[in-house]
Design a protein around this ligand. Sequence first.
Ligand code: ADP
Ligand code: ASP
Ligand code: MG
Length: 412
Amino acid sequence: MADKDSDQIIVMKFGGSSVADAQHIKNVAKIAISEKERGKSVVVVVSAMGKTTDGLIKLAAEVTDNPPVREIDMLLSTGEQVSIAMLAMTIEAMGYKAKSMTGWQVGIKTDAEHTRAKILNVRDKVMREELRDGNILIVAGFQGITEDGEITTLGRGGSDLTAVALAAALKADCDIYTDVDGVYTCDPRIVPNARKLDIISYDEMLELASLGAKVLHSRCVEVAKKFNVPLQVRSSFHPDVLGTKVIKEVKEMEDIVVSGVAFNRNVAKISVLGVPDKPGIAANLFTVLGEAGIIIDLIIQNVSRDNINDISFTVSIDDLKRAMDVLEKFKNENSAARIVADNEVAKLSVVGVGMKSHANVAATMFQALAENNINIENIGTSEIKVSVLIREKDLDKAVRAIHEKFNLSEGH
Ligand code: ADP
Ligand code: ASP
Ligand code: MG
């Protein structure tokens, strides 16, 4: 429960498209001021303006193929520093007190995993002091500092995580303002008749986010669930429209079999062909990948002839090169015939807590794909999701067909 002092604190987060230029920043300033006018203490977390972070990554690529991760963090963290200062100036110009602060100034401590650092703890002292002084506090998203004083970043889309971590530290609510007015049954850019959800459970949102729905960063949802942060997604362009609340699972949610469809084009399939069919091979394979920090998914093993197996699985495209390097050694040591990489694939998933108590979800999903002549390559399931790997060129058609098959635009 929120303590008395914190009852009134709200953490608001605005993504890149919401602060893309001066006009947008003025809009954000007005939304923050209106919360202040309602008597709340306001903390605003912002991302870098527009596509700044992409631009900085491209800039680095112009000088090297292999930039040191420490320097990448030094570079990328500048994006948010521009937007916090711009927003603070704008709010001051509108006659309200505001102060911008970097991740390290407010005390967001992380581990030393540059470009994908984990938040270890957040101090609330400095923030509370600033709020007590009446400032609208503007904090840079996506960045933190290590024990040794090194600047880190939290992984792409990590400003959502900053916002929730600050809300957890302040025992405040967290509103994520973005360019859509809530969480939909699927990305509305691909499925125009997708339906906005009024509520979604932390677990479903966590699955959707980790399976590719970038409306929220998956670790942000994880932290919100862990610390029970009241989390809401809403539109910075229509701030009066009710958004989507991410809440603890309630019994009625189980009546809804599928809540949403997510997809991820950023995956690659690796096939390890012609490995001996004997105990220990899969263990060796996934141990070397695990030791290299590579996360694998959607595993399939085919028994072919003469005690020879093929094993295929998916990795993030970002890890593909590293995985192939590690597997070259595995191939030689385990007498595998060939390792083949394929990045023209995409992962498509359906998610819903109702799957726990309803059969046939996989069958319905596979039927929709069959009716559209789309071949399934790998499959993975959990209690609340079914994922398939298909050709990337079929993805949009497949997403729409599945959304339609489960009647998701109509609701329940
Ligand atoms: P921000 O810059 O505000 O962090 P993002 O681009 O990271 O915004 O996330 C918002 C985008 O997420 C939307 O524009 C939308 O295309 C996409 N998206 C993907 N899946 C969903 C979904 N299920 N519901 C809503 N938006 C989604
Ligand atoms: N600016 C960072 C990015 O583009 C963080 C964020 O936007 O959340 O990934
Ligand atoms: Mg985002």
